[in-house]
Design a protein around this ligand. Sequence first.
Ligand code: 3HC
Length: 311
Amino acid sequence: ADPARQQAFDSAIEAGRKIEPQDWMPEAYRRTLVRQISQHAHSEVVGMLPEGNWITRAPSLRRKAILLAKVQDEGGHGLYLYSAAETLGVSRDELVEALLSGKAKYSSIFNYPALGWADMGCIGWLVDGAAIMNQIPLCRCSYGPYARAMIRICKEESFHQRQGYELMLALCRGTAAQKAMAQEALDRWWWPVVMMFGPSDAESVHSAQTMKWGIKRISNDDLRQKFIDATVPQAELLGLEIPDPHLKWNAERGHYDHGPIDWSEFWRVVDGDGPCNRERLETRRRAHANGAWVREAALAHARKRARRARQ
Ligand code: 3HC
């Protein structure tokens, strides 16, 4: 690589200046961003599926409207992030193909089933709560387009988290059966959400480098701890029991100690053998095939307009 340009890149990172698409960047920096931003986009798009199944089953018009708005937001986040990835010289088709072929990853959390209405509460409260923890530091990411996309996305995420928590509050203040539903959903979602932050820092293959490049600002374990510390009091307010017998406030550390994470489950789900991996990819492939005519029509229309503009 050209030492002068490497030097310029290093001092920009050092000074906390944003790297923009037209700036020179090391190929490995570009590749890491394509990997992370595209997988982030895939997560948003696949993340619409568990919630989408409940739009027609929402218990009231108000809940239906809220859930519909949230799912639409997720779709928009996905498109926003695909556009940010395209600034790095990859095409949308390539990125979508990587997902549909099963090559690219998306967040493990979306491979779990949403079995009841309370799951919509847990996903908003916990999954979007975790996503906010992970996405706020990304607003300070060294790559300009990604950081700017995150600022817009984080604003919408806080609505997602709040509506989920409010849904759980309604259930916990409802009948005993409703509260039991909320507890049963929390029992299923707690550990998969704790795993969502990624492998432990010791196991993480990318963290050291992505932290040097100012992409990852806070480590997986520190974000996980931050999430647990913030969420335990919320569960207490709801009157719900977090399914971790080792969860205990450690005054010395100023954090909650928690039980061991089942990393074999995490890797099984990441490697494609979770409860819903096959179903999620099949649904995405079907949606892509059913949407081909829209893409063709839009392209034909664009070609016609381009021809007319040249006349
Ligand atoms: N699910 C699937 N794969 C995961 C994962 C998870 N929860 N956590 C880590 N991995 C993968 C990584 O992608 C990497 O595999 P790869 O090399 O094939 O990409 C491998 O495990 C090693 O993990 P590392 O910690 O070394 O990898 P990263 O440094 O990339 O850290 C990350 C993982 C924290 C997820 C980071 O990539 C990140 O911050 N990504 C952007 C944010 C994101 O994707 N958030 C989750 C979903 S978005 C969401 O929840 C939407 C909300 O609206 C609901």
